[in-house]
Write a protein that binds this ligand. Sequence first.
Ligand SMILES: [Zn+2]
Length: 279
Amino acid sequence: MGRLMWLPEVLRDAGLVVHEFDGWRERGRESYEPIGLIIHETQGSAHSQDRDEIRVLAITGSDSAPAPIAQLYLSRTGEWTVVGSGRCNHALTGFGGALLGKGNSSLLGIEAAHAQGETWQGSNLVQYRSYVRGVAAILRHTGWPVEHVVGHKEHQPGDKSDPGFDMAQFRRDVAAAIAEEGDFMEEIIPGIPNEQVFRDLWHWMSGLVQGKDGADTGDRFKFPNAIKAGFATHTTANEALRTEVAALRNAVDELRAMLTPPAAPVSPALPDTPVAPEG
Ligand SMILES: [Zn+2]
């Protein structure tokens, strides 16, 4: 697989806000064949600033890991930053979980800004939902199974405690997000491979909202919601029309039956002339 140059586009296609940290294209080692994801929390301060967290991940490293630490960073506001494209240093070779025996050369790491024990409920639900959505987008792109989404605490049991949320629930939420997206796109234009159509449309709409300077107005989600609402209205109207046409057809059939004169009685066929047996 090599470098993950598709990260920003795939996350943006999912409707997420994505920043690209300087040098991400070259950051991390080339020898990289990821087959799954490790879910992390930074376990920094509850009031950490994004720029400080990203600096640790990309430039300075931490007490336990040299930089670059992870490919992706997720802020408390749910915004993503692409930090690196190659192999990073976020995990040891796993001694638990579904990616047992796998190390950094096989793993994509996501670090979410979060203090140890900090809740994922309340105002932090925005961050959780973005986590689910981003991971779902990555799986849709790579085809990795949802079982290959593993918490750091599952990968290194007894050694690590991140993330704070329940990983089984997280995987169910990711699977649901993937299924929902698939159904929605299948409904819009059934029967043709419409993912690309949806992506093109999404790019076009994002461009309209973001403007030339790339500044995000926060209105991105209004567009897909408007499409969904419009599609629902269209479907309802279409069904009403079909019902009406069927009722009209029945009425026309009944009128025809009333206007058509009864058919002339058919004379019974004459019996065959009996043939006298020769004798
Ligand atoms: Zn971790």
